[in-house]
Design a protein around this ligand. Structure first.
Ligand SMILES: C[S@@+](CC[C@H](N)C(=O)[O-])C[C@H]1O[C@@H](n2cnc3c(N)ncnc32)[C@H](O)[C@@H]1O
Length: 302
């Protein structure tokens, strides 16, 4: 299959993603991110977001996710961005294809601050389902912070299986004696101790670290959709903010790795991939989406 664009290790196909996927080699991609069709029933300029009943949508996605799994490297990861319309169906489908042990997390990305038009708790988040191909070995880098953070390694309440004693700097630490329990297992603790990251304050253990603690609620201002931040409208209707892709690409791939997005849209993944010195394989059925992306990639070189 001929690419629509190929330059600086970035390849873009203007075809149906299933056809593109079938032509890609197995075990070749480190990270897949797809902002899929949410099944909103909306008609955009260049594509229709209509897949029928959720179970019909599952059948449309099944062969695509199977191919994505085949093309992922053994230490690869996949992030499927959807919303409340399909997230539970996609979770069941991805569990079936990747295995429940390969499910890492469900990330809630706050998309808007300016809601409140609808009743029944208007939705302010969408959902990113995160899986790995192999639960024993996958790429994951914690992000670093400039400032030292001190984070408790215990929580209130007695939990028998999290009640061991451990000697740190001549102090026997025993959270159970204070009716508390360890948040981590002994082998996880040993790894932190070997990195000199554990301190004891008032008989209780804390981790001191330069790592930024990132949970599964991504609600920082830069994560919001452009319209919610009053950023000027783009040439593309439904762009995701660069910050979402920056976090995923930096944490779950290395420089030089191949990143792919098979629902490319306005090209956010392609732009961040190039900026972060990764290779890219991208695809969109819409020529307009491919052209907007190519324009953005060329602007990066100016
Ligand atoms: C939600 S948008 C992606 C937006 C993108 N994340 C961004 O930041 O701009 C989904 C894209 O999937 C594309 N698409 C829909 N069906 C497709 C198919 N079968 N194969 C490839 N692309 C498809 C649409 O043309 C649309 O551009």
């Amino acid at each position: 299959m001929n690419p629509y664009y190929q330059q600086d290790e970035i390849t873009i196909y203007n075809n149906d993603n299933l056809e593109v996927l079938k032509n890609l080699p197995s075990n070749s991609i480190s990270l897949i991110y797809c902002d899929i069709l949410y099944n909103t029933g909306k008609k955009f300029d260049d594509y229709e977001d209509i897949l029928g009943e959720p179970k019909e949508a599952m059948e449309w996605y099944r062969p695509r996710f199977l191919e994505m799994k085949r093309t992922l490297k053994d230490d690869g990861s996949i992030f499927i961005h959807c919303n409340w319309r399909l997230d539970s169906y996609m979770k069941i489908l991805l569990d079936e294809i990747f295995g429940t042990d390969c499910f890492r997390n469900r990330i809630y990305r706050k998309h808007s601050d300016k809601r409140g038009f609808y009743s029944n708790f208007d939705s302010q988040v969408d959902i990113i389902l995160y899986y790995v191909k192999n639960s024993d070995s996958f790429i994951f880098h914690e992000l670093k912070n400039d400032q030292l953070k001190v984070i408790p390694l215990y929580e209130n309440g007695y939990v028998p299986e999290r009640s061991y004693t451990y000697k740190i700097d001549d102090t026997i630490v025993d959270p159970a004696s204070l009716n508390k329990h360890w948040l981590i297992t002994q082998s996880q603790l040993e790894k932190l101790v070997s990195k000199d990251e554990v301190v004891v304050v008032d008989s209780l253990p804390y981790r001191q670290t330069y790592t930024i603690p990132i949970g599964n609620l991504w609600a920082e201002d830069e994560m919001l959709d452009p319209y919610s931040r009053s950023v000027a409208a783009e040439s593309y209707d439904t762009p995701k903010p660069d910050a979402v892709l920056e976090r995923i690409i930096k944490m779950c791939s290395n420089e030089g790795d191949t990143v792919a997005d098979f629902f490319l849209g306005g090209g956010t993944t392609a732009v961040v991939t190039k900026r972060e010195n990764r290779k890219g394989i991208f695809c969109d059925i819409s020529k307009k989406a491919c052209d907007i992306t190519i324009q953005k990639l060329e602007n990066l070189d100016k």
